[in-house]
Design a protein around this ligand. Structure first.
Ligand code: HEC
Length: 404
C-alpha cells in the first residue's frame, strides 16, 4: 500500500474511532451521572424509581427511571449499542493499519526473539482469549466476590502486560492492552448486558415479572466497563508520551496508570470516605509515576569531578553528526531511504547542524532518555552512541558556528 493511502486510511479510521468513542463514553458517563442524581418522584408514581429535570439547548426534559411492568413494554425503545460496536470496529482496523501493515514497524520489540508473524498472531489472538478468561472467571468464580475478582483481574492484566512487554514495542504494548480492555468492554455490552436486557423485556412481554437478578449481573459488567474507561482513554493517547511507554519497566508504569484511572473514576462514581481516599491515592500515584518516569540525570552531571569530566570528554559535533547520519537520517531526512518511511516522520529532519540543534531536547527525550528512537532500533544504535548524544546535549548542544 502506498504511504499516502496508508496515511489517509489512518486518518479516516482515527477520525471515526474518535467520534464513535466520544459518543460511547459520553453516553456511558451521562447514564452514570443520571443514575446518581435521580430523586424519588414528588407525586405518587408507583412504577417510577426516580426522576429528574434537565435543561439543555433551550429545552426542558423530564426523565423518569421505570421498572417495567409485566405485560407492557414501550412501543419504541432506544438502545445504546452501536456506539460501542462502531468504536471497536474502527479501532480494530486502525490497529491493523498502524501496527500490522507496512511491515509491522511499530509493533515489535527490538530484542524480541520470536518471528514477526508469531508476534502478530499473539497480538491478535490475545484479544478473544482474554475475553474468554475474563468472562469465565466472572461468571463462575467472582460473580459474588467482586473485590477479590477485581484484584485478581488487575493482577492478570498486569501479568499479560509483563509478558507482552518482551515481544511488543512499548507503544504497541500500551495500545494492545487498551485494545484488550476495549474488547472486554464491547463483549460485555453484546454478550452480557444486551442479552440480559432482552431477556427481561421478553419476560415482561410474556406477562411475567422479569428476573431483576439478570439486571444486576448486567450491572456488574457495566460497572467493569465504567472502571475501564479512564485507563483505556489513557492507553489510547499514550503513544504521545514516550516517557511512559519508553521505560524499561513500561508494563509497571502501565499498571500504575490503570490504577490511577480507576481510582479517579471511583471518585467520579461515588462520594464517600473511601472514594476520597481513592482520589488522593490516584493523585499521589500520578505524582509517583511522574518522578519514576523522569529521565536519569546525564552521565556528566553524575560525576563528582564533573568539571574535569566535562572538560575531558567534550563531545565534538562531528561525532554527533556521524551518529545522526548513521542512525537517524535514513528516516529523518528530506528524502528518506528507509523502506517504509518515504517522508520524514513528524516532519523531523536531522540533516543540518541547526536542525539537529533545534531538535536537541526531543532527540534527548527519544533516543537517550527513553530509547524509543530509532524506531524499533532499526538502524542498530548502540548504547555508547546514545551516551555520546546525551553528553553533547548536556554540554549545551554546541554546533560548529557557535564554537569559540
Ligand atoms: C525507521 C525509521 C526511523 C529512524 C531510523 C529514526 N526514527 Fe525518529 N521517528 C520515526 C517515526 C515513525 C516517528 C514518529 C512516531 C513517533 O513519534 O514515535 C519518529 C519521531 C521522532 C521524533 C519525534 C519528533 C516530534 O516532532 O515529535 C524524534 C525526536 C525522533 N524521531 C528522533 C530520532 C533520532 C534521534 C533518531 C536516530 C537516533 C531517529 N529518530 C531514528 C522513525 C524513525
Amino acid at each position: 500500500m502506498s504511504p499516502h493511502l496508508n496515511e489517509w486510511l489512518n486518518l479516516i479510521l482515527r477520525w471515526m474511532h474518535l467520534l464513535a468513542g466520544i459518543a460511547w463514553i459520553g453516553s456511558s458517563f451521562f447514564f452514570v451521572w443520571l443514575d446518581n442524581r435521580l430523586e424519588a418522584p414528588k407525586e405518587h408514581k408507583p412504577d417510577v424509581e426516580g426522576e429528574l429535570w434537565m435543561v439543555h439547548s433551550g429545552g426542558f426534559y423530564l426523565v423518569e427511571k421505570h421498572l417495567i411492568k409485566p405485560g407492557w413494554i414501550p412501543e419504541k425503545l432506544h438502545w445504546f449499542k452501536w456506539e460501542a460496536t462502531f468504536t471497536w470496529i474502527t479501532g480494530f482496523f486502525l490497529l491493523g493499519v498502524v501496527y500490522y501493515m507496512g511491515g509491522a514497524v511499530y509493533l515489535i520489540h527490538p530484542e524480541a526473539s520470536l518471528h514477526r508473524h508469531a508476534i502478530m498472531a499473539i497480538g491478535l489472538l490475545m484479544l478473544p482469549v482474554a475475553w474468554l478468561v475474563y468472562d469465565l472467571l466472572w461468571k463462575y468464580v467472582f460473580a459474588a466476590q467482586a473485590k477479590i475478582g477485581a484484584m485478581v483481574s488487575f493482577v492478570l492484566a498486569t501479568g499479560l502486560a509483563f509478558g507482552l512487554s518482551h515481544i511488543l514495542s512499548g507503544r504497541a504494548l500500551f495500545i494492545h492492552i487498551g485494545a484488550m480492555f476495549g474488547t472486554l468492554m464491547v463483549a460485555n455490552v453484546w454478550m452480557r448486558i444486551l442479552p440480559a436486557q432482552q431477556q427481561m423485556l421478553d419476560a415482561t412481554q410474556r406477562g411475567e415479572t422479569p428476573d431483576y437478578n439478570k439486571g444486576k449481573q448486567a450491572k456488574q459488567r457495566s460497572m467493569h466497563n465504567n472502571y475501564m474507561t479512564l485507563p483505556v482513554l489513557f492507553m489510547m493517547i499514550s503513544n504521545h508520551f514516550p516517557s511512559t511507554y519508553g521505560q524499561d519497566l513500561n508494563w509497571l508504569v502501565l499498571a500504575g496508570m490503570i490504577l490511577v484511572g480507576a481510582g479517579i473514576r471511583h471518585f467520579m462514581n461515588v462520594q464517600n470516605t473511601f472514594s476520597r481516599f481513592s482520589f488522593a491515592a490516584a493523585v499521589a500515584g500520578a505524582f509517583a509515576l511522574f518522578f519514576y518516569t523522569a529521565p536519569a540525570s546525564p552521565p556528566a552531571a553524575q560525576n563528582n569531578n564533573s568539571q574535569n569530566a566535562m572538560a575531558a570528554e567534550t563531545v565534538d559535533f562531528q561525532t554527533v553528526q556521524t551518529i545522526m547520519h548513521n542512525r537517524c537520517v535514513s528516516c529523518h531526512s528530506s528524502n528518506p531511504t528507509d523502506d517504509v518511511f518515504k517522508t520524514a516522520p513528524q516532519g523531523a529532519i536531522f540533516e543540518t547542524p541547526e536542525q539537529i540543534k533545534n531538535y536537541a531536547q526531543l532527540i534527548k527525550s527519544r533516543s537517550v532518555d527513553t530509547q524509543t528512537m530509532p524506531l524499533g532500533n532499526k538502524t542498530g544504535m548502540t548504547l555508547e552512541e546514545r551516551q555520546l548524544l546525551g553528553q553533547w546535549i548536556a554540554q549545551g548542544a554546541v554546533i560548529p558556528e557557535q564554537m569559540p
